[in-house]
Design a protein around this ligand. Structure first.
Ligand code: PLP
Length: 377
């Protein structure tokens, strides 16, 4: 049966994630993979989670297993509000920050509207923008003649895919741009607290609270399996998100929220995070030193101060999309950088994750990647 006639007009716009396709094709555990955007499994506080699960059931009883408020359970909203110095009324819990991106796009943009985002940018965000049939444009290229821009999407800290962080002047310029164009800002910030060098910079929200939806996530500071995030923003915007979310999931997972509230509220999150940050710093340093040791001349990379990724720019002659099958066959995986560009350009770039790969696979993985690149110069 041909089902295509049943599909909505949105369906042809859905963008299939090339990253997830890679995961389907190959068992990444069996090779040297720098592909997935996964946290280190040693960052998961397994024993603490076991203890907390019992505590949550004891403390909250069947409430922890019941439906909850669409905004999130009050205990978690309060812990987040306290941590970030905002009123509880400005906190909405989400079923992951991916949902935060999706729901923000859904309430703000119509088909044909423009989302301003500097490429390369997070693939999951591009998927949401495409699903709602918006157009993505670099803020530098935008003029009002191009169409209606509704919001500017930015990952200011340790960007996925590049690992880059916006400087304070860049943040100020971005806010000025948003004010000048009178657009909102969606600040996607899942890595903000995973900083292992340098000094924290003011969030975009702190510079423009009146026009920013700040998206946070428990994925990199607790565990992604819980699928929990939050949005901090003006009440009038959260009110629309609240109504929209009712049709998406009724409420975020209640048991998980109590777990997160206990974990964050007790200080266990900070203790665990400082261990994770120390491990990631070491992994990044190792990765940078391996790149210096093995990569041929002409290859450049970012030196992230936090987060999960770094970004390689190769000589123009190397096509990382075309090189990918050989790399996989020889036992090393990465994500081609062009997937993070809405127009598929920059085929001489790649994203490397260094937080998930087994320590002993890092050196052979970088050496192998360097050898494949060298053979194509
Ligand atoms: C920039 C960015 N935003 C959002 C997400 C999604 O995170 P979550 O697990 O909270 O949905 C990711 C995950 O990799 C990300 O890199």
């Amino acid at each position: 049966m041909d089902y295509s006639k049943f599909f909505s007009a949105d369906v042809p716009s859905f963008l299939r994630s090339p990253v997830r396709e890679i995961f389907r094709k190959v068992d990444l555990g069996s090779i040297c993979s720098f592909a997935g955007g996964y946290p280190s499994e040693s960052s998961f506080p397994v024993a603490e989670i076991e203890r907390l699960a019992g505590k949550v059931l004891e403390k909250y009883g069947t409430r922890a297993l019941q439906y909850g408020a669409t905004q999130g359970v009050p205990e978690l909203r309060e812990v987040i509000a306290r941590r970030y110095g905002v009123p509880v009324s400005q906190v909405q819990i989400t079923t992951s920050s991916q949902q935060g991106i999706d729901v923000s796009t859904r309430i703000l943009a119509d088909p044909g509207d423009i989302v301003l985002s500097e490429p390369p940018t997070y693939l999951g965000a591009l998927q949401s923008f495409r699903a709602y049939r918006t157009r993505v444009m670099s803020p530098g290229d935008y003029t009002p003649a191009a169409g209606k821009a509704k919001f500017l999407y930015v990952i200011p800290d340790f960007n996925n895919p590049t690992g880059r962080t916006l400087s304070l002047p860049e943040r100020e310029a971005l806010v000025e741009k948003a004010r000048g164009l009178d657009v909102l800002i969606v600040e996607d910030s899942p890595y903000r607290e995973v900083r292992y060098a340098g000094t924290p910079l003011p969030s975009i929200r702190s510079l423009a609270p009146e026009r920013t939806l700040h998206l946070g996530s428990f994925s990199k500071i607790f565990a992604p399996g819980f699928r929990l995030g939050w949005i901090i923003g003006p009440e009038a915007l959260l009110e629309q998100i609240y109504v929209c979310k009712q049709s998406l999931d009724l409420c975020p997972p209640v048991f998980d929220q109590y777990m997160a509230a206990e974990f964050m509220g007790s200080g266990a999150l900070d203790a665990n995070l400082s261990k994770t940050v120390a491990e990631y710093r070491q992994r990044r340093d190792r990765m940078l030193s391996l790149l210096r040791q093995h990569m041929p001349e002409g290859v450049r990379w970012t030196e992230p101060e936090g987060g999960l990724f770094l970004w390689l720019t190769l000589p123009e002659a190397v096509d990382t999309v075309e090189m990918y099958d050989e790399a996989l066959a020889r036992g090393v995986a990465y994500v081609a950088g062009s997937f993070f560009y809405p127009d598929g350009s920059h085929r001489n770039t790649m994203r490397l994750n260094y937080t998930y790969i087994a320590e002993e696979k890092m050196a052979p993985g970088v050496a192998l990647l360097a050898e494949i690149i060298r053979s194509r110069l």
